[in-house]
Structures are given as C-alpha cells and as structure tokens.
Design a protein around this ligand. Structure first.
Ligand code: NAD
Length: 481
C-alpha cells in the first residue's frame, strides 16, 4: 500500500486552515532525505485562534456526560482500526520506522483510547459525607478546561494518543502540537476524524517549538501542558509554565540500564539487546542503552550480543517490509549520534561494531556497540537517542545497582536473571519508573502507568493514574437546612 499525504494544514475549530503567515515547513522522509510534505508553519496568532475555538467548544463540551465522552473515544478508536494500515504506512514513511515496528502501533493506540473510554465512566472523588455538623460535603473530580499536548518525533501519533485518551476522557478540550519533523499522521488522523470531533474539542497546530509550543505553554487560558520530549525542553517548559502557574506533565529522556546478573543466559540477553537497544533505531526513551553485565559472564554476553546486533539489516523500510532497522530521524540527529561516538573514541572507548553512517542517502547509522567506557563517560551519562549501546562489567549486584542508578535519568530499567527472587531484590532498588524482569521494552499495557523519576520527568501516561494529571479535585460544602 502506498500512501499519499492529503492534509497539511492546521486543524482549528473543526476546519483545516493555513497558517496566518501563509508560511509552510518541509517534512522529510528520513530514509531518503526527500521532501514528502509542506505543512503549515504555525504562528502565535494560530495558537490564539486555536485557544479561541477551544473556549467556544469548552462552553458546550463541559456539560457532556461521561457516556458522551466515552462514545467519542470509541469512535476515534474505530477510526484508527479502520485506517490502521494507512496510518502505519504513513508513520513508517515519515519516521523511517521498519514495517514490523509501525504495524503494531495502531492496535496499541486504539486499545489505549478504548481503555480511556471506560475510564471516563469511572472517575470518582474519594469522600462524600457529613464531616462538619450541619454540613454535607462532596468531592467533585473535574476536568481542567483547555489542555495542550506537545509531542516528540519518535512515536508521533502514539504519543499524541497517550495524551488524547485521558484528556478527552476527563472532559477537557485539547490542542495538540506535533513535532516539527513528524506531523503527518496526526493531521491525517484529524482529517479522518473531522466529522466525529465536535469543532474545537481536539485541535492540531503544527510548527516550531517557538512560537507554537511556547505559545501554548505561556497562554493564560491553558491549564495544563503535557510534554513528551527532551529533558532540556522539559526544564524550559516547566520554568515558562510557572509564569501562569500552569500544571505540567513531563515525559522526558531516558538512559535505561539492562542489568544482567551472573546467572542470566547470554543468548537470551543478546536477543533482548537486539530489540531493546535498536527498536525504532534506538530512538526510544526506554531503549536499553546501557548494558551492565556481571564480570563472570561479560565475555560470553558481549560476543553473543555482537553477533545478534550484526545480524540486523539496515535500510529504507519502504523498499522491504523485513528491514530490521531504519534511519534516524534527521541529518541533525545523525550528526549528533556520530558526534557522541567520535568523542567516545577520542576518550579511548572501543567501538566494537558499527560506529559510522551507512548508505548513500538518508540518515542511517550502523547499529553500534561501545565498550571500555567508565561510569562518568559522556556516552554513559547522556541520552544519545540513536542505535548505540554501551556495555560495562561489574563485580557485585550492589555495584550493578549503583551503576544503574548513577545517571540523572529514571525512566525505565530491566534485570535479567534465572533467579526471580534475586531479580526482584535488584528491581526494588532500581530508581526507575518501569522495571522489567527478563524483558526490556515490552509489553505495554493500557492499564499500566508509564512515567519517569528524576530528570525523566513527572506524571504518568496510560493507566488510571494519568487521569489524575487531567483532572482537579473540588470540595463542595452544603449547609443543611
Ligand atoms: P524535543 O524536546 O526536541 O521536542 C519535543 C516537542 O517540544 C516538539 O514538539 C518541539 O517542537 C517542542 N518544543 C521545543 N522547544 C519548545 C519550547 N521552548 N516550548 C514548547 N515546546 C517546545 O524532543 P524530540 O527531539 O522531539 O523527542 C525526543 C525526546 O523525547 C528524547 O529525549 C526522548 O527521550 C523523549 N521521549 C520521552 C518519552 C517518555 O515517555 N518519557 C517518550 C518519547 C520520547
């Protein structure tokens, strides 16, 4: 199935409209470097238009019942399922995702929306009774009003859905700003859903971080900004949102350790690294980018992993559905990843496999393993966000825990061991929002929360916990008689 890009303008007030400046920005296919679309380059006035439309929508939408909200979410889920192949192909084209990665996303997204359709009807406050003599109290769990979702480029529609589900279920109206590089699936989804979304309830404004994202963050009528993005962007947004004392939800970067205990099976670990470290070209906030291996089995794990990683095929996903790994998102990202590797080499790290660009067009980096790195090395401490994994050895479980926790991030981690009790002991000590045991990256379940500790952010996506981000608690106290 080939895809064509049909909608390239903002979705504001139920209509597709050009930017007030008339300007557009290019969207590239990262596998070829070719321009595949020109979308509206948003302005501060476009943000204002969207907020005006959201206010109008809110005046009616706030009176809808949970059942009405559920029905909208169920329709949106159906639209994803009915157009799953097209949306997956478009995402593959715009992000360079291999088909086996893109094809699974729509089903997970529609399941997520259906989970929140149910959650819409299960919202509650905890207490309702007489706590002061002569008065009765009740707790209302209310939507916030107008909320904004600012999305990253690595899982464009996926991350938008993580925001849309709880926001609409809770009764908010929402403005989504896709990443500059990858706005196409969100625009196509809006086009497919145009007839079922009440005007202004869900809108899309495309454009740069400044002025569009920043305009949403600073707008006094927006009550929450949810960002999935880089830690540096999160810090800036938290500071700027403070000017209007706006609620902020931050899903930021990661540097996930995979802790391999001395009783783990090297071949199993190698296969897990092949997926966990290189899925989506390593452009995953939970990618297993640091492999910490007991010195007792280090050599075996390393040789098995090099074999597994070298078996990954790299290429343009559009030419072959069986490609193992695609490009990174942009020339800038390719340069950034290669820069990390160059500096690591200069600091006497060993690039065991990969370590260079590949292909005569597009933005490809070979799957890379780096060894001989200390805990303080830049490549161990900072998120590379590319197909690069470091491997370090350790002497004891305690040392492994210290190394795993010894970064500023706290999003996800994993432990590999044949001994579940031992693995559980380590899992309990890991300072990360998700810890997998004998697995890394999967599965994602809509019922389970996703969110980081430390500089990976705060607040949760998915699960009933995310409804807390998008609702507020009000006490109503009634004088009896
Ligand atoms: P980014 O921070 O560069 O951009 C994210 C979004 O923020 C974009 O839409 C961008 O336009 C917008 N933005 C940039 N500057 C802004 C500003 N001053 N005000 C408001 N908005 C602004 O991130 P990215 O490069 O698109 O995505 C990659 C990052 O996302 C990685 O660090 C990755 O770890 C992180 N990520 C985290 C999770 C998670 O769940 N924690 C999931 C996916 C990606």
């Amino acid at each position: 199935m080939s895809v064509s890009v049909t909608q390239q303008r903002h979705f504001i007030g139920g209509e597709f409209v050009d930017s007030t400046s008339g300007e557009t920005m290019e969207v590239l296919n990262p596998a070829t470097g070719e321009v595949i679309a020109e979308v509206a380059r948003g302005t501060a006035e476009d943000v204002e238009r969207a907020v005006d439309a959201a206010k109008k929508a809110w005046s009616e939408w706030q009176d809808k019942t949970p059942k009405d909200r559920m029905e909208l979410l169920l329709k949106l889920a159906d639209i994803i399922d009915e157009n799953a192949e097209e949306l997956a192909r478009l995402e593959s084209l715009n992000v360079g995702k291999p088909w086996w990665v893109a094809v699974d996303e729509p089903g997970v997204m529609s399941d997520n929306l259906r989970f929140f359709a149910g959650a819409a009807r299960n919202l509650e406050g905890k207490a309702a009774a007489e706590y002061a003599e002569g008065y009765t109290s009740m707790i209302r769990r209310e939507p916030l009003g107008i909320v904004a979702g600012i999305c990253p480029w690595n899982y464009p529609l996926f991350m938008a859905m993580w925001k849309i589900g709880p926001a609409l279920a809770a009764g908010n109206v929402q403005i989504i700003k896709p990443a500059e590089q990858t706005p196409l699936t969100m625009l196509r989804f809006a086009e497919l859903a145009q007839d079922v979304i009440p005007p202004g309830v869900l809108q899309v404004v495309t454009g740069d971080g400044i002025p569009v994202g920043d305009g949403l963050v600073r707008h006094p009528d927006i009550r929450l900004v949810s960002l999935t993005g880089d830690t540096a962007t999160g810090k800036l947004i938290a500071a700027n949102a403070a000017q209007t004392v706006k609620r902020v939800h931050l899903e930021l970067g990661g540097k996930a350790p995979m802790v391999v205990l001395d009783d783990a099976d090297p071949a199993t670990v190698a296969e897990a690294v092949k997926i966990g470290g290189y899925f989506n070209s390593g452009q995953d906030c939970t990618a297993s980018s640091r492999i910490l291996v007991s010195e007792r089995i280090y050599d075996d794990v390393l040789s098995e992993t090099v074999k597994a990683v070298e078996s990954l095929t790299v290429g343009d996903p559009a030419t072959d559905d069986d490609i193992g790994m695609g490009p990174v998102i942009s020339a800038e990202q390719q340069e950034r990843v290669l820069g990390f590797l160059e500096r690591a080499s200069d600091a006497k790290a060993t690039i065991l496999t990969g370590g260079e660009a590949v292909g005569d067009r597009g933005f490809f980096v070979k799957p890379t393993i780096v060894t001989d790195v200390g805990q303080d090395a830049e490549i161990v401490q900072n998120e590379v966000f590319g197909p690069v994994v470091t491997m370090q050895s350790y002497a004891s479980d305690e040392a492994a825990i210290e190394m795993a926790n010894g970064v500023r991030y706290g999003l996800a981690a994993s432990v590999f061991s044949e001994n579940l009790g031992r693995a559980m002991k380590v899992a309990a000590k890991l300072d990360f929002g998700t810890v997998w045991v004998n697995e890394h990256l999967f599965p994602l379940a809509s019922e389970m929360p996703h969110g980081g500790f430390k500089e990976s952010g705060y607040g949760k996506d998915m699960s009933i916990y995310s409804m807390e981000e998008y609702t507020r608690i009000k006490h109503v106290c009634v004088k009896l008689a």
